[in-house]
Design a protein around this ligand. Structure first.
Ligand SMILES: [Zn+2]
Ligand SMILES: [Zn+2]
Length: 315
């Protein structure tokens, strides 16, 4: 997950506004598209290619104002279809932007969804989650399909299967007949392995429903607009404090937490110090940082400096 904008409300010199890019193989999925997202993608050196999907959490300016510019660029250059999915109002928002980008030469599918809706994709699914903010708002989950279990070659050999198509069929879950007796795939292949799951809170007050949906996720990307000393402001504006986000992560039993949508009134250190009292595996990524999510058996998610354009100063 590449963090393109970690600031809240308006861009600052240090931070862009809401946008996270999920990079999965050759495919890219953008979650929110705040003002300046296109340029952040270029600066990140990842570029704007490979984007298949844009998920919107809600329609506040700091989450959507990058769309008209990005779509204007795509109107000249793009041929592949693009899906934009968001809460109620997403369609009229995009229609309103049409004067900015004119005729598109690709198939733009804009879908309005409600919490609980699932969008099936090749190898994973996107699930709209409930959020409690000002107006229609969603969180999003990206959940990979289960992977087939591991074939135990020693057990297979004991059944007389050492190589060839029979071994391949067993690993794909099919039973095979060897020398007149049946070898069940389940007797040589372990249980299916879970895929990876990432949950994005969007802008929201903490909710039990979201925490439940995030249960056991590999990474929870949660907004942390405020610190506890401003908890009244968080409550009044439909946002979350760093402590509340960390408590939600702990309750959900996620493997890692990334705090974003942070107000510039706080330092990164302050936000982390508050969150880590409740959830030690909290990260506070800066723009262009990446959280890598290995398959569960290959270790925990980790924060790494992102692929940033080489000619850019340290900022
Ligand atoms: Zn926001
Ligand atoms: Zn908002």
């Amino acid at each position: 997950v590449l963090f393109l904008g970690t600031g809240a409300r308006e861009p600052s010199v240090e931070r862009g506004v809401a946008a996270e890019l999920v990079i999965r193989g050759g495919e890219r999925i953008l979650v929110d598209c705040g003002e300046g997202t296109q340029r952040q993608m270029l600066l990140s050196t990842v570029g704007i290619g490979g984007l298949s999907t844009i998920l919107l959490t809600h329609l506040h300016a700091d989450h959507v104002l990058g769309l008209p510019g990005l779509l204007a660029t795509f109107s000249d250059t793009r041929e592949k279809p693009l899906l934009i999915a968001g809460p109620a109002g997403a369609r009229s928002l995009i229609d309103g932007f049409r004067t900015h980008f004119g005729d598109l030469h690709f198939d733009l599918d804009v879908r309005e969804v409600v919490s609980g809706e699932v969008i099936g994709r090749d190898g994973y699914r996107l699930l709209a989650l409930p959020a409690r903010h000002d107006g229609a708002a969603l969180g999003w989950e990206l959940a990979e399909d289960q992977r087939p279990g591991h074939l135990d070659p020693i057990r297979a050999a004991r059944h007389g299967v050492r190589e060839g198509p029979a071994l391949a069929r067993l690993s794909e879950g099919q039973d095979v007949r060897v020398n007149g007796h049946l070898v069940a795939s389940a007797s040589v292949v372990g249980p299916p392995q879970p895929g990876r799951r990432v949950v994005f809170s969007g802008d929201t007050r903490p909710t039990d429903l979201l925490a439940r949906a995030a249960g056991g996720a590999d990474l929870l990307v949660h907004e942390a607009t405020f610190l506890s000393r401003d908890r009244d402001k968080a409550r009044a504006t439909g946002h979350t404090t760093a402590a509340e986000a960390a408590q939600a992560a702990a309750a959900a039993g996620v493997r890692a937490l990334a705090l974003t949508h942070r107000s510039r009134r706080y330092s990164t250190e302050e936000v982390l110090a508050e969150a880590r009292q409740y959830f030690p595996e909290a990260f506070a990524p800066e723009d262009f940082d990446v959280v890598e999510i290995p398959l569960p058996e290959h270790g925990c998610p980790r924060l790494v400096s992102g692929p940033r354009a080489p000619d850019r100063g340290s900022g």
